[in-house]
Ligand binder design. Structure first.
Ligand SMILES: Nc1ncnc2c1ncn2[C@@H]1O[C@H](COP(=O)(O)OP(=O)(O)OP(=O)(O)O)[C@@H](O)[C@H]1O
Length: 620
């Protein structure tokens, strides 16, 4: 793991399993932690360099036109003093002013537009990465912080990319141009002016690293605020039901306060830099007035040269203030680039494409339209596993066989490792040792996306995504035909529900499917999985009590599906185990017994106890 990834995930704990090389393509190794500024320049701005240079070039051209204005003003004054016609000089000055304003505005537009592009490409890249993080790494993230990095930190790039860097480059050039012109006008006065400006600005620039540190802290705390809110909003009903509003509000308030404090600190340092630049300009102005006035009085300098000199001081004054502000924005952008880089250092999985790169399932001729895929056999051989960062063993040499086709039930006490078996089958985690074989082939030898497309996984909470019922069913199987959809709806007993819903399949289901009951949600999740034509269906049965209608609908649906494909269900109901062809009893990460319901009742004491204490509790 790179240093940046460690910063995001924390130091790996002892006992963490090493992911198989095929699963997680590591990003290119970074020899040393790069600086934020380097990342900002190379990672985010380099791809847009053409437009940025063009925008900065226009800004520079506008600035140069502005730089010529004092000279044009001097020519106009000299002409007037000499009694010549001022028309040509006045027109020249007017044209310069107009050109300067128009060209500067065009450059500014181009830079801002490009900055929006920088933010867009970074957000697209990050969103794609975040959704491809392995489950094991995602377990250690705070989603609210990830969202803050994607929204707030990328937003910080806009200011740095849009104006700040271009302003830094062009303003520096223009200040140098202004100083050169001042030296040409009067080297002695110019030397004194540069001495004053250089001393004050030099002292002010010492605070720049502090701005960077404070900005990074501020963005980090903004991430903490996002995490606090995500925690509360992710369990909204629990917060309400347990009267936790005040506590969660307090947690969010504290995070907001910390973010404010860090933000104020950064703003304070930025103000200090601006004070230095403002002070240097005023001191320079006074120096030119006093010292320059003396030189005019003693005949060492002409009045027109002093006027032009003062013009240049007034010209570089705002540039110095802009430079100070831009330096602060670049520091903020660099801090954001570092936090974004931490996400980009995390390993990612290959991209799944709604079944596009799945291995095409074999289709038995007589299979119904709803399933139509040859069932898979499953074997676990001496599998050992512990969760990353925990030193407890969850699966302790687990071996089991699930024949192709039919319903196999996993039962066992809470914490026995049942859901963990499913997580390993999906390759959310890698076993420390042992083998998991699907159709006789090690899951590590399957292409990851193909493996996941072959397995239908229905979680216990059966999450339904916000959107319509149709979206939920077809998002992961866009190529399913209307006949397949109809057949799956009938198989999962959802056809009656579709008829009752106000807009049928196009009914909005609300955030996380709040418009559905728990049993309906699980059947929607099963239908979604079936539409991808799985050859193995993993079903983590809902533990909550279902009403009789939902219970029967779910049981009948699972029984029908098991006729066509392999179904492994983590059983929490007596009706499921009695309907299973084979039951595996798990205890402490091992399979202690296997058989039918009748055989196990007669032979296994733990199974008998489970039936009496857990499975019977859920009898309809
Ligand atoms: N993501 C995780 N990170 C760390 N430990 C975990 C994680 N998921 C589960 N565990 C731990 O692994 C052990 C087995 O959990 P698992 O969910 O597989 O049990 P289970 O048999 O499915 O239990 P239940 O019937 O209560 O769902 C438990 O001790 C649990 O605390």
């Amino acid at each position: 793991m790179t240093g940046a990834a460690e910063a995001l995930l924390g130091t790996p704990q002892a006992g963490r399993t090493t992911p198989a090389p095929a699963l997680v393509p590591k990003p290119e190794p970074t020899p040393a932690a790069p600086s934020g500024l380097r990342l900002l320049l190379t990672r985010h701005l380099r791809p847009h360099r053409g437009r940025l240079v063009a925008g900065a070039g226009l800004g520079l051209a506008g600035g140069l036109a502005g730089l010529a204005e004092p000279m044009a003003a001097k020519a106009l004054i000299d002409r007037l003093v000499a009694g010549g016609s001022p028309t040509a000089s006045a027109i020249g000055l007017g044209a310069l002013v107009l050109a300067s304003v128009l060209i500067t505005a065009a450059g500014s537009y181009l830079l801002e537009r490009t900055a929006e592009g920088v933010v867009r490409t970074t957000r697209e890249r990050l969103a794609a990465r975040v959704l491809r993080l392995p489950v094991a790494d995602m377990d250690r993230q705070r989603p609210g912080d990830l969202v803050a990095r994607l929204t707030s930190d990328t937003g910080q790039l806009r200011a740095a990319a849009g104006q700040a860097l271009a302003v830094c480059a062009t303003s520096t050039l223009m200040v140098l141009g202004g100083l050169t012109a001042m030296f040409l006008l009067d080297p002695v006065l110019a030397g004194a002016t540069v001495g004053v400006i250089g001393t004050v600005c030099g002292i002010g620039s010492l605070t720049l690293p502090r701005i960077g540190r404070a900005a990074r802290r501020s963005q980090q705390v903004t991430g903490e605020l996002g995490a606090a809110l995500e925690r509360a909003l992710g369990a909204f009903r629990t917060v309400k039901a347990n009267g936790l509003e005040r506590r969660e509000t307090e947690a969010a308030r504290e995070a907001a306060h910390r973010a404010w404090r860090s933000g104020v600190r950064a703003v304070g340092w930025e103000a200090a830099v601006e004070v230095a630049s403002g002070l240097s300009v005023r001191l320079a102005f006074l120096t030119v007035l006093g010292f320059g006035g003396t030189r005019v009085a003693t005949g060492q300098m002409t009045m027109s040269a002093l006027v032009a000199f003062l013009f240049y001081v007034l010209f570089i004054g705002p540039l110095l203030t802009q430079l100070a502000g831009s330096a602060g924005l670049v520091q903020r952008g660099s801090a954001a680039a570092l936090r974004i880089h931490e996400i980009e250092c995390l390993a990612i999985e290959p991209l799944a494409d709604a079944g596009a790169d799945a291995e095409p399932p074999a289709e038995p001729a007589a299979a119904p339209a709803a399933v139509r895929a040859a069932p898979l056999a499953l074997e676990l051989r001496d599998v050992r596993f512990g969760y990353p960062g925990r030193d407890t063993t969850v699966l302790d040499g687990l071996s089991l066989d699930v024949p192709a086709g039919g319903l196999t039930a996993l039962v066992g006490p809470s914490g026995a490792g049942k859901s963990t078996v499913f997580a390993l089958l999906e390759r959310f985690y890698e076993p420390a040792s042992g083998r998991i074989l699907l159709d006789g082939r090690d899951v590590r030898d399957w292409p990851l996306t193909g493996l996941r497309a072959t397995i239908g996984y229905v979680e216990q909470d059966a999450p339904v995504l916000s959107g319509t019922l149709r979206d939920n069913l077809l998002r992961s199987a866009p190529r399913a035909s209307p006949e397949e959809l109809r057949a799956v709806l009938a198989l999962t007993r959802l056809d009656g529900l579709v008829e009752r819903l106000p807009a049928g399949l196009d009914t909005e289901l609300g955030h996380r499917g709040t418009a559905l009951s728990g049993g309906q949600r699980q059947r929607v999740a099963i239908a979604r999985a079936l539409l991808r034509r799985p050859r193995l269906l993993l079903l983590d049965e809902a533990t909550s009590q279902l009403d009789a209608e939902n219970e029967r609908a779910l049981r009948d649906a699972v029984a029908d599906i098991a006729r066509e494909t392999t179904v492994v269900v983590i059983a929490h109901r007596l009706s499921t185990v009695t309907g299973a062809r084979r039951i595996v009893v798990l205890e402490d990460g091992r399979a202690r017994a296997t058989g039918t319901h009748r055989e196990l009742l007669a032979s296994d004491e733990l199974y008998g106890r489970l039936v009496r204490t857990q499975l019977l509790d859920h009898r309809p």
